[in-house]
Write a protein that binds this ligand. Structure first.
Ligand SMILES: Cc1cc2nc3c(=O)[nH]c(=O)nc-3n(C[C@H](O)[C@H](O)[C@H](O)COP(=O)(O)O)c2cc1C
Length: 199
């Protein structure tokens, strides 16, 4: 399986990057894994002009690094959304990339599964609620299978995640690793194998 990770922290080497690194280590034993990190790509926000819907080749009027990301998505069977919590949402940089999927080019992507990985400083029980609501709505909208969720609270400063179980593939990453290592997994919602990344 080709797995594309959209990694949303602008802070290099922070908790999101460490979580993504641990995930890549496990998943790449059986799969081709690629990371697109927001600190390496310059993507402008969607203008909502809908020109891409009218253009023959779905071209966006904005010429930026999103073209490279579309190309990577056109090879991906699974997406992993990884982000720090920023005021109860994902980072603006990652949201910018996701908003650029308001383009019919997405209908050609072979993506069938999605997973969610989040880190946040607070420990309040509702910390990930709003992001998970958006994530669930997007799974339904795009008719994708949920490949699992890793939610790590109480991590604020760079490296704090090392003091948790989250980087241990036998603990927090277990749900996703089991799935990806093709062991038995009870995680996720079953959907038809016909599902595609479509409108
Ligand atoms: C702009 C901004 C907003 C944040 N908002 C929240 C928040 O709403 N709740 C929270 O628990 N942590 C919040 N944090 C803390 C980060 O989620 C936390 O430090 C996280 O570990 C950062 O991940 P990183 O090391 O991958 O950048 C915020 C941090 C920043 C920079």
């Amino acid at each position: 399986m080709n797995i594309l990770i959209l990694s949303g922290s602008p802070r290099k080497g922070g908790n999101t990057d460490l979580l993504v690194e641990a995930f890549v280590k496990g998943a790449s034993q059986k799969h081709h894994v690629e990371v697109v990190s927001v600190h390496d790509y310059k993507v402008s926000p969607c203008k909502g002009c809908n020109a891409c819907f009218k253009s023959k080749d779905y071209a966006c009027v904005q010429k930026d690094d999103m073209a490279v990301i579309y190309e990577k998505m056109s090879q991906a069977d699974m997406l992993v959304i990884a982000s720090p919590v920023y005021f109860y949402g994902i980072s603006a940089q990652l949201k910018t990339i996701i908003d650029r999927l308001h383009n019919p080019i997405r209908n050609s992507f072979p993506v069938k599964k999605m997973a969610l990985m989040l880190v946040g400083a607070a420990t309040l029980p509702e910390l990930f609620d709003s992001i998970q609501t958006e994530y669930t709505l997007c799974l339904n909208f795009f008719q994708l299978e949920d490949a699992g969720r890793v939610l790590v609270c109480g991590v604020k400063d760079k490296g704090d995640i090392k003091n948790t179980d989250a980087l241990n593939p036998n603990r927090s990453l277990e749900k996703l690793s089991n799935f990806l290592l093709e062991k038995s997994s009870t995680n996720g919602t079953n959907v038809s194998s016909e599902n595609r990344f479509h409108q």
